[in-house]
Design a protein around this ligand. Sequence first.
Ligand SMILES: *Cc1c(COP(=O)(O)O)cnc(C)c1O
Length: 400
Amino acid sequence: MGFDTLCIHGGHKPENNRAHLTPIYASSTYTFDSAEQAIAVFKNEEPGYIYGRFGNPTINEAEERIAMMEAYGLQNADGSQLQLKAILHASGMAAITTMLLSNLKAGDKIITHPSLYGGTQELADKILPGLDIEAVIVDFKDINTVAKAIQADKAIKMMYMETPANPTLKCVDLEVLSALAKEHGLIVCVDNTFATPYLQQPFRYDVDFVMHSTTKFLNGHGTAVGGIVIGRDLEKMNTIVTKTHRLLGGNSNAFEAFLLTNGLRSFSLRMERHCSNAQKVAELLSNHEAVALVNYLGLTSHPDHELCKKQMKHAGAMMSFELKGGFDAGVRFMNKLKMCTNAVSLGTCDTLLSHPASTTHVGVPREKRIEFGITDGLIRLSVGIENVEDIIADLAQALA
Ligand SMILES: *Cc1c(COP(=O)(O)O)cnc(C)c1O
């Protein structure tokens, strides 16, 4: 199957009642033919559904499809097709939490880089220390620093990467860092939300786990919050990771899984259009007199442009730009938008913009905000799949 076909058919199983699409299984529990069959299902000797928190056929289709997408074209050392297992969660944060708590115990440390997604950063700052799990944050651009930090601290058990990072778009080198982590026996995991399996496949670099917020490009239509953890060690996925997912209770549900699976059908088409639109929008913005700076991986001016070319198929659909006029220009610009939408989140069919200084970061003191790179006139942009002429016309009239 080609990747586009996989997006449509991957994981689909024929239905008893011959429904074309896998229905929304609104059933909290599942029945057994006999006590013997129940025993076999409970012992995992026979496939079957047990209870809604553990999964159901609608959820399973989304899981299998995304696992196939991440494994697409990748092989094991013996040349056979790589098999992955995915578990769908209620949100990206639930998926990340399951992955962390399946692999770490009190006293363990994670090595990671600055500029993680805000929620992940807060999890590491506010929740993990209470479990005696510490995040060691070092500059992942400097491989020697990373190597020294790992060697200096035997408590480091995991390397955590997010590339490109939300929202800075900073990238880290998956090949080099994963190889270093593996030399030291670390578990390697990657938040692949921004790139998606269409643009980047971390399992190519021997990583152990990939997580996504499926809320973004995978769903693509802004209809459901969700998250997924995908692993290559099937034994571990079927035991401790499954157990943690079931016991923490961050399960997804049939309705949102259905919306995700439906969104995935157009995933590769959407990504091509998202990326080609974004490149054109970035070029327009970087030549505009009202714009001081454009942060987009597809521009040669971006410090990670070459790294992006090495590990990603295209530069993605996320960018930010800085208005010369500062805070007031940002507010004015947002108010003048006609077609593009003022909203947080990203990865939807429609173009979304936000002005963090007046919204997500309005409560953060100005000095601190600027230290985080959230300057007064910074605008965040998730380029949609509308006709690019319409996106450009709306941005241009708002900038005028
Ligand atoms: C949105 C996002 C998350 C969190 O996902 P939710 O679905 O909102 O819980 C995690 N990582 C990245 C990179 C994200 O963009």
